[in-house]
Design a binder for this molecule. Sequence first.
Ligand SMILES: Cc1cc2nc3c(=O)[nH]c(=O)nc-3n(C[C@H](O)[C@H](O)[C@H](O)COP(=O)(O)OP(=O)(O)OC[C@H]3O[C@@H](n4cnc5c(N)ncnc54)[C@H](O)[C@@H]3O)c2cc1C
Length: 495
Amino acid sequence: MAERGKNKGDIRNLGKDSDVLKGAVSRRHLLAGAGASVLAASALSSAPGQASERAKGSGTRGHVIIVGGGFCGVTAARELGVLGFDVTLLEARNRLGGRTFTAEFAGEMVDMGGTWVHWLQPHVWTEIRRYNMELDETLGGVAEDIIYLDYQGKRHTTKFSKLWPTREAFEKVIATYFKDAYEIMPRPASPFADDGWVKADKYSVQDKLDSTDLSPIDKIFCDTLFTTYGGAPPEQISWVDMMRWYALTGYSGIVMNDAITRFKIKGGTKALLEKIAADTGADIRLSTPVYKISQLEKGVEVITDGGERLTADALICAIPMNVLKDVEFSPALLAAKLEASKQTHAGQATKMHIQLDKEYPIFGGWAPGGKAPMNYVLWGSAKNGHTHLITFGPSTETLDMNDQEAVEAAVRQFLPDAKVTQAFGYGWNVDPYSQGVWFASRPGQMSKFIGDMQKSQGDIHFANSDWANGWRGFIDGAIEQGIIAAQRVRQQLGA
Ligand SMILES: Cc1cc2nc3c(=O)[nH]c(=O)nc-3n(C[C@H](O)[C@H](O)[C@H](O)COP(=O)(O)OP(=O)(O)OC[C@H]3O[C@@H](n4cnc5c(N)ncnc54)[C@H](O)[C@@H]3O)c2cc1C
């Protein structure tokens, strides 16, 4: 799975173009091929909180199986463990964390997946406080010196303060793009409270770029920003789903930027995940993909790819929306859940950590549209003769993260003399246990499916950030869903 051995230069991309990841290969085969290399890169490959063999359900409030060890599944395990349930957590990969993954890059620990957190994200913020985590403040998406590409690909430089001399001027651009946001979405964390957003869930980010009265540079900025946030070409992203991010941050573009790209957990997301995992008391089994989940007359049964059968009183299925279709359910998965999973959500971005051969001053890079190799270039640091960039692009179609020349050419669109010394991206889109990046709704998708995605089927409860109420597509949403699912199990078992 890892590409280290056959990479050109120091370009690394876990999961992309690997033989074992070609579609025709079964997950069972994949696991054998993928395991060792991921283990080498994984910073959370052991299982904190792992319990030794224990009598399932005896003397406890009940036995619960959790399938999927991302933030959602691990949080659910912690909640139930603390309440005295006997929990077995089955995780397909050989590490916990799911779409968060803290790994080493250029001598530092960096996050390849979920990274930034904020105090306006109530569930993750509670965990940050509970475990006394420290934050690192980063530059975020708004640098004073801007290098941007126009729709013809021509490079320009400008100053943020020249484009928008006041905070109000900047806020006006975002408020124009999300016209009537408060009326459309007055309660962004409560999707069932009103249907204004449901009615508006027919436009794409591109539709609104085309129909909103924005100056040319404001359009380039909004395109860059929401193509990046949606992690997909703008015609594939729901406009109202992006509005949700803006509404959740108090209808402020500045605060939205702070919430999305400014504050990181010191030590990476794994530092928080390890704390939660350590409190689960669960039997955590890594490298254990689940093949089938069945509702029995009483309780549930799981069959793993390895053929092992486990039974429990209840089950939390905490795997991503895009992956649900690959697990067999008996009785069958609700039709709407299956349809959503087959559609897949829009998020298909590339995220890369890139090291350059010299120190460049702080800048922010913008490029609009779904054809750009990179939409958003964030300056991370410049020290010891190198610059660290974090880049986002709309898909692997426009940037092959394995191709050093392509990566360097993409950076050179912004910094014409740039030389890439190292680059690192993870193939979330081809990893069978994510099949995409963070959740981003297609137009009309979440308004149609969210109710059904959240429904339990008998003693099987479904939880994942991909259908969270508020911060859907974020670590916060994963924790929200883990807490809700644990409470449902508690109610189901009358415990
Ligand atoms: C590149 C990228 C950047 C992001 N940036 C941010 C950010 O800055 N801030 C933020 O808050 N969020 C961000 N996110 C989103 C955030 O990481 C996710 O929304 C969140 O981590 C999802 O957690 P989860 O537990 O709901 O799902 P996942 O993390 O996807 O966990 C699901 C787990 O289920 C396992 N699984 C799947 N199939 C099976 C099976 N058959 N059997 C057993 N186990 C299985 C998977 O291996 C995985 O561990 C980003 C995501 C990506 C990919």
